[in-house]
Design a protein around this ligand. Structure first.
Ligand code: FES
Length: 221
């Protein structure tokens, strides 16, 4: 990322880069000074920094938390029209792919850095679970005694509404947590925006507005 950004900067052309760096704390941000230097000299390099938590006794005015759909839209409103280059630990890159997939990004324009020399010679093949509009699924509302056939791309909330069942909801964007329901069987693909905790997920809860059933799924509704 840094060598590409530096090359475009030093060529003297006006680059068009939305550079997003995520780290645990501000002190962990790499190349921060150099990136800030470049970003203050050309308007075509927009720099966005995201940290999980701030350093003690140091003011932090950037983004805080885990990169999510909302942040991405605020930082780079035209991301759907761009090439995306991603670099980082596999867990992070999987999270980025999840966000982009869930937003309908054309993954042919997604590129990621690989540190595996064997994989360099071969095109990257991701084993991500991506809901497919042509694949059927089934959602069982256990407490209501209702079963609905659906597509993987439908959300649990949409399927419930279609079945005449009410799951309280508000933001419809995985943020507020209002639509949290318990899943008792099966798998869903959920890409949320912080509206559910890891503990809740471990206990089997999902957010109905941003969960897609994969195969047969049963929920407590
Ligand atoms: S409605 Fe807000 S998280 Fe689902």
């Amino acid at each position: 990322m840094m060598s590409m950004a530096t090359t475009l900067f030093e060529r003297g052309d006006q680059p068009d880069i939305c550079f997003i760096q995520c780290a645990n704390r501000p002190a962990d941000l790499i190349f921060r000074k150099r990136l800030e230097y470049m970003a203050t000299r050309v308007t075509g390099l927009q720099l966005h920094l995201v940290v999980q938590r701030s350093d003690p006794y140091d003011v932090w005015t950037g983004y805080r938390g885990t990169l999510n759909q909302l942040m991405l839209g605020l930082m780079c409103g035209d991301y759907l029209d761009r090439e995306v280059y991603c670099c980082g630990p596999e867990e992070f890159m999987t999270g980025v792919r999840d966000i982009l997939n869930s937003l309908g990004f054309d993954m042919a324009r997604y590129h990621q850095e690989s540190f595996n020399p064997v994989a360099l010679a071969e095109p990257e093949v991701f084993d991500d679970v991506v809901p497919d509009a042509t694949t059927g699924a089934e959602l069982v509302f256990a407490l209501s005694g209702v079963t609905k056939a659906c597509k993987e791309t439908d959300t649990v909330l949409q399927i419930a509404k279609g079945a005449g069942l009410r799951i309280p909801s508000s933001c419809n964007f995985g943020l507020c947590g209002t639509c949290k329901v318990r899943k008792t069987a099966g798998e869903v693909k959920m890409v949320h925006n912080g509206g559910i905790s890891d503990d809740d997920i471990a206990d089997g809860y999902i957010l109905a507005c941003c969960s897609h059933p994969i195969g047969r799924v049963e929920i407590e509704v």
